[in-house]
Write a protein that binds this ligand. Structure first.
Ligand SMILES: NC(=O)C1=CN([C@@H]2O[C@H](COP(=O)(O)OP(=O)(O)OC[C@H]3O[C@@H](n4cnc5c(N)ncnc54)[C@H](OP(=O)(O)O)[C@@H]3O)[C@@H](O)[C@H]2O)C=CC1
Ligand SMILES: O=C(O)[C@@H]1CCC=N1
Length: 269
């Protein structure tokens, strides 16, 4: 059985741990460590029954998979820290935005298998859209291992590494864009006089239904939209307002900005 150590105990680490444990991944093989926040480790241990360890060297003992769930700015420090305790049998799984497998391999100065992954926080409920790409020393078995792991928290798409920045912009950051839209919909529904609870239930189910239609119907998004839009009807009025505000352009700009940021995070290292 593979033993997995998470370095970093933040939102992404928790989303992955929650999803894995909920899908019968044994908590006894998961160890988590962080930098200073002891209380956070206790909280994760109590919630998920996993092992926690403040000493990173201890945390790495017997680990066969190391998940790097730290911020990109902390990559170098952490890689330098763990370097003395690594060997070629270990698989490094990085979920850091922007950080390339090549960068990780270079700092570790070891022909070690690195798989770069970009999940999203919906991993928490088993619905992540995770993109993965392999580094130069990772083989098909490593890709399979990473896939099996991330499949426990959602769907997995194998990409070329240069495509991961695009996946980051649409899927890693993606849930936030939808939450942003929902925030505006809730605010306006309340302004118009609908009770908060009713607005929330209607909007959430609408989003869920639209997502399911996109997944299950053979129609394109444009065709699905057309089927809702009666001539001179309410949807047409709403879509006209969106077009007048150039919301499609704003969304493209958001994806472009997130994509550029992901690329830049890699370059600033
Ligand atoms: N949040 C998201 O939606 C997504 C995030 N990601 C990626 O996941 C990574 C983590 O993001 P997120 O969970 O949001 O970040 P958080 O800020 O929530 O967590 C970062 C964690 O890293 C720990 N850490 C920092 N330095 C060290 C160190 N030297 N040794 C050990 N642990 C350390 C922190 O510990 P302490 O608190 O003790 O300082 C903290 O537990 C990022 O690289 C991000 O790009 C990828 C996909 C989606
Ligand atoms: O905002 C970030 O940098 C991370 C990466 C993808 C989602 N959150």
């Amino acid at each position: 059985m593979n033993k997995m150590t998470f370095i970093g105990a933040g939102s992404m680490a928790e989303a992955l741990i929650a999803g894995m444990v909920a899908r019968n991944f044994s908590p006894s093989v998961i160890t988590v460590t962080n930098r200073t926040n002891k209380q956070r480790l206790i909280e994760l241990k109590e919630k998920y029954g996993i092992q926690v360890e403040q000493d990173s060297q201890q945390a790495l003992q017997q680990a066969t998979i190391i998940v790097l769930a730290i911020k990109p700015k902390d990559a170098q420090t952490v890689l330098e820290q763990i370097k003395p305790f690594l060997n070629k049998e270990i698989l490094i799984l990085s979920v850091m935005a922007g950080i390339s497998t090549q960068y990780i391999e270079q700092i570790l100065e070891l022909d070690i298998a690195v798989v770069r992954a970009m999940p999203n926080t919906s991993a928490m409920i088993g619905l992540s859209a995770t993109a993965i790409a392999k580094g130069q020393f990772a083989n098909q078995d490593h890709v399979e291992m990473a896939t099996q792991l991330f499949v426990t928290v959602g769907v997995v798409e194998l990409l070329k590494e240069q495509e991961i920045d695009i996946a980051t912009a649409i899927a890693g950051s993606g849930p936030a864009y939808f939450y942003y839209i929902v925030e505006a919909m809730e605010t306006k529904a309340k302004e118009l006089g609908l009770a908060e609870g009713s607005a929330k239930r209607l909007i959430n189910q609408t989003l869920l239904g639209a997502a399911a239609m996109l997944t299950k119907s053979s129609d394109s998004p444009a065709e699905l939209r057309k089927k809702i839009t009666s001539p001179k009807g309410t949807t047409e009025a709403g879509i006209h307002a969106l077009a007048a505000a150039e919301v499609d352009q704003a969304i493209k700009e958001a994806i472009q900005a997130a994509y550029q940021r992901s690329v830049a995070l890699g370059h600033t290292k």
